[in-house]
Structure formats: C-alpha cells, structure tokens
Design a protein around this ligand. Structure first.
Ligand SMILES: Cc1cc2nc3c(=O)[nH]c(=O)nc-3n(C[C@H](O)[C@H](O)[C@H](O)COP(=O)(O)O)c2cc1C
Length: 357
C-alpha cells in the first residue's frame, strides 16, 4: 500500500463527506430508526478480541477463495449498494473496474444506476479474466418482471443471484425523512428496471412486498440454474429453513442497520448461525466490516467471506475507481498483515479459538 492521505477505510468516510451533498451523505451513511443496529455492527467487532498463535506462519499467505464456482483473490465481497451515480458520474462502472482489478466479487444492486450489462462489460474491459459478478434481486410481486430481471442478469453474465429477503417493506430512516430524500434526482434512474413494463427506471418501480414467501424462493429455484444466496436471513430457524429449501448460500446481513432497527450485530449472530447451518452451505456476513481484523474475526467464527457496503461508496465518492481500488487494497493488505500476526498461513487456517470476548 502506498502512503497517502487515506491510510485506512475510515479516512475515506471523511473524504467522501467533503465531496458529497450532505443529503446524499445522510442517505449513504444513515440507518433505520435510532441507528442502534448501525452502531452495533461496528461495536460488535470492537468487542471481540484476537488471540494470536505464534511461530507457525509462512512468508506468504493465501487469501484467495472460491464461492459457488466464482474465484476471488480475497474473501471480501462488494455488498450490493444502490445509486452509485449519486456520488460519482461513472457510478457502478468505476466500482466494477476497481473490483475487477482487486480480484473481488461485486454484487450488482438491482437498484444500480448503470445497467447490469454495462457493469459487467466495464469489469471485463478492466480485467478480461477477472472475478465473476453476482446480481442482487428484490423478488417482485409481479413474477413476470422478476423472471425477466433474472434472465437479464444471467444473460449479462452474472454468476449468482443474491436475493434480499429483509425488505418486506422499506426501512425507515429519520435522516431521509427529515431531508425529504426519497427519489433519485432527475437524470438518474434504476437502469435495470428501465423498459420493464414500459417503466422509466423510477425508484418506485422497485416494489418491496410483504407477501414474498418461501414459495417464491422455490419458484425462483425452478426458473434459474444460477446459485441462489439469501441475503438478510437473521433468525437461525430461518437459516435452517433456507437449507431445507435448497438455497446455495446465506449472506448474514442486517442491511447495514437500514431495515429493522435494534437487530443484533451480524458478527454477534454468526456463531449461532454457523452452529445451525454447519458446513452444509457457505455463510457470508456483512455489516460494519472496516478493518482486516474484522475480516479475520468473521472468518475465524466460520464465515466464508465478508461483504462491505459503505466503504465502497466512500471510496467511489472520494476518488472514483482509484478510491474503490484503494479501499479494497487497504482491506486486503490489512487482512494479510492480520493473518501473519495471528500465525496463519491461509484464510482457511482460522479457527474460533483465535477470537475471545
Ligand atoms: C447506500 C446503501 C445502499 C444499499 N443498497 C442496497 C441494495 O440495493 N440492495 C441490498 O440488498 N442491500 C443494500 N444495502 C445494504 C448492503 O448490501 C449491506 O448489507 C450493508 O451496507 C453492509 O453494511 P456496511 O455498510 O456496514 O458494510 C445498501 C446499503 C447502503 C449503505
């Protein structure tokens, strides 16, 4: 990592604030209700301590991971975040190029402000044999529209469907309500929705529906051969049900504290989740990951990979593609250093005994 003004991920939060309209910064940084969960996610990591092993490392550490056939240079996913063009003109294109250069899997948001085909193309242009991209889906009550979206994402070349299940209704943010921020400004649209049923890509075209159920997951299983990952399952009982429904993976997430407030930190839920699901399907986690030590804690407690949301947006806002790349490079270098300091030769060496409360 070269030296510079931004020496850690949180530096990018400050840098982003200086570049972005305060109303948009509130949208990106804020959470639901009293933001108790938003704070808990980071606090959860802080409350865990690492207990390293010594005299058993190696000069080079293995950081690579393969998930559902998608190979990545590091176990850090770009969690799906909406509206990248709000903070940078190139939007998701810049994000995709940075992810490709870092060797990280990008989960494209259904609410992206660049169409999924163009996002995949940007990634491929940057690195022709770079990592796969995955597509995040809110199942729409109109199944025809949902099926069209899934087909579109598959044709574009994304390699897994990440179904967000924590949004039967939209979470309510006091910050957005105070700012009266509920729509994209003119000129920006949810490009994956444009043209569907003649829509213009207006945000309201994305419907949150409380009627979505396990039946829909079964239906989805029937219309696509792509791996299906559920994002936002929190109760261990639901994790058990997900396995029974043949879901391929789980992304343990509380939506970065943006949906139901007062939900526990994801890192605090992880051990029970892992105990329930065991090794039957991979479990990934997002929420509050800001440091290499956070990544090591999550992997040690049984996660196969972690996702980052806001840090990517901060990097993009601060410095476009290079900002996102720098955020990912920082996380990778910190992860590598933490592994070395823990006496681990590979991310696969990490065990729960390295983490103490
Ligand atoms: C600005 C913003 C937009 C988001 N948009 C989406 C989205 O479109 N779909 C989704 O499944 N999750 C969305 N999320 C949640 C993220 O995927 C992720 O769960 C969360 O940001 C992780 O927490 P972190 O920001 O602390 O890393 C969004 C989060 C943020 C901050």
């Amino acid at each position: 990592v070269s030296t510079g003004a931004h020496v850690n991920v949180r530096d990018f939060e400050k840098a982003a604030r200086q570049k972005v309209d305060p109303i948009h910064a509130d949208y990106f940084n804020g959470g639901a209700g009293d933001e108790i969960t938003l704070r808990a996610n980071e606090k959860g990591f802080e409350n865990l301590k690492l207990l390293p092993r010594v005299l058993r490392g190696s000069a080079k550490r293995e950081l690579d991971v393969t998930l559902f056939g998608s190979r990545a240079a590091m176990p850090v996913l770009l969690s799906p975040t909406a509206f990248h063009r709000l903070v940078h003109d190139e939007g998701e294109r810049a994000t995709a190029r940075a992810a490709a250069r870092a060797g990280a899997i990008m989960i494209v948001s259904m609410a992206a402000t660049v169409a999924v085909e163009d996002i995949v193309a940007a990634a491929r242009e940057a690195v022709p044999d770079g990592p796969d991209l995955w597509f995040q889906l809110y199942v729409q009550p109109d199944l025809e529209i949902t099926e069209t979206l899934v087909a579109r994402a598959a044709t574009a070349g994304t390699k897994a469907i990440v179904v967000t299940v924590d949004s039967p209704v939209l979470g309510s943010s006091d910050r957005n309500n105070r700012n009266d921020f509920h729509d994209l400004p003119p000129g920006l649209a949810c490009e994956n929705l444009r043209g569907l049923r003649g829509g213009s890509g207006h945000v309201r075209q994305i419907q949150m529906s409380a009627e979505i159920s396990w039946t829909h997951i079964d239906w989805l299983r029937g219309i696509t051969s792509l791996p299906i990952i559920l994002k936002g399952v929190l109760h261990p009982e639901d994790a058990r049900i997900a396995v029974a429904h043949g879901v391929d993976g789980l992304l343990l997430s509380n939506h970065g504290g943006r949906q139901l407030d007062t939900v526990p930190a994801t890192i605090d839920l992880l051990p029970e989740f892992v105990a329930t699901v065991g090794s039957r399907i991979p479990i990934m986690l997002d929420g509050g990951v800001r440091r290499g030590t956070d990544i090591v804690k999550a992997l040690a407690l049984g996660a196969s990979a972690v996702g980052v949301g806001r840090p990517i947006v901060w990097g993009l806002a601060a410095d476009g593609e290079s900002g996102v790349l720098r955020v990912l490079d920082l996380l990778r270098d910190e992860l590598d250093q933490t592994l070395a300091l823990c006496g681990a030769t590979s991310i696969r060496d990490l065990t729960a005994d390295l983490v103490r409360r």
